[in-house]
Design a protein around this ligand. Structure first.
Ligand code: AMP
Ligand code: ZN
Length: 137
């Protein structure tokens, strides 16, 4: 993708702090890290896809393995780990090359991961939503 900053990083046209690379996947440090102590790693497929649903099945298998590999590394020096992935603008996706945010966590790290206000289901709503989702597979 011509105008994609992450494609440019993957193609080494723009510099980034790369931490892992293989045939299918790429990982580098987010330039604006959530964690002062542990940084914040972005993991993605080398090929440009926008949403999680755009990635072919074979490709997402490689991505899952890389996510696990990098999570193992991060958990060797952190106390915990958040994995986040935003799909579409309304969900906070700013760069349209799918990527996972891996954020190492430490005691008193002062990181606020976006927290939703927990709602309650109105009468019958949980079954309605359950049945709606089940019909969409
Ligand atoms: P998202 O909001 O999920 O699309 O996340 C985009 C992330 O990319 C943000 O956390 C940015 O800080 C990060 N980012 C943007 N440009 C760069 C860059 N050149 N190198 C590293 N990370 C970047
Ligand atoms: Zn791209």
């Amino acid at each position: 993708m011509e105008d994609c900053i992450f494609c440019k990083i993957i193609n080494k046209e723009i510099k980034a702090a790369t931490v892992y690379e293989d045939k299918h996947t790429y990982a580098f440090l987010d330039i604006r890290p959530a964690s002062e102590k542990g940084g914040h790693t972005l993991v993605m497929p080398k090929k440009h896809y926008e949403l999680i649903t755009d990635i072919p099945d074979e490709e997402i298998k490689h991505l899952s393995l890389t996510l696990k590999k990098i999570s193992s590394a991060l958990l060797k020096f952190s106390q915990g780990l958040n994995i986040l992935q935003n799909n579409k603008k309304i969900a906070g996706q700013y760069i349209k090359h799918i990527h996972f945010h891996l954020i190492p966590r430490f005691e008193n790290d002062n990181i606020t991961i976006e927290k939703w206000k927990a709602n309650e289901y109105k009468n019958g709503e949980i079954e309605k939503i359950q049945n709606k989702i089940k019909l969409l597979f």
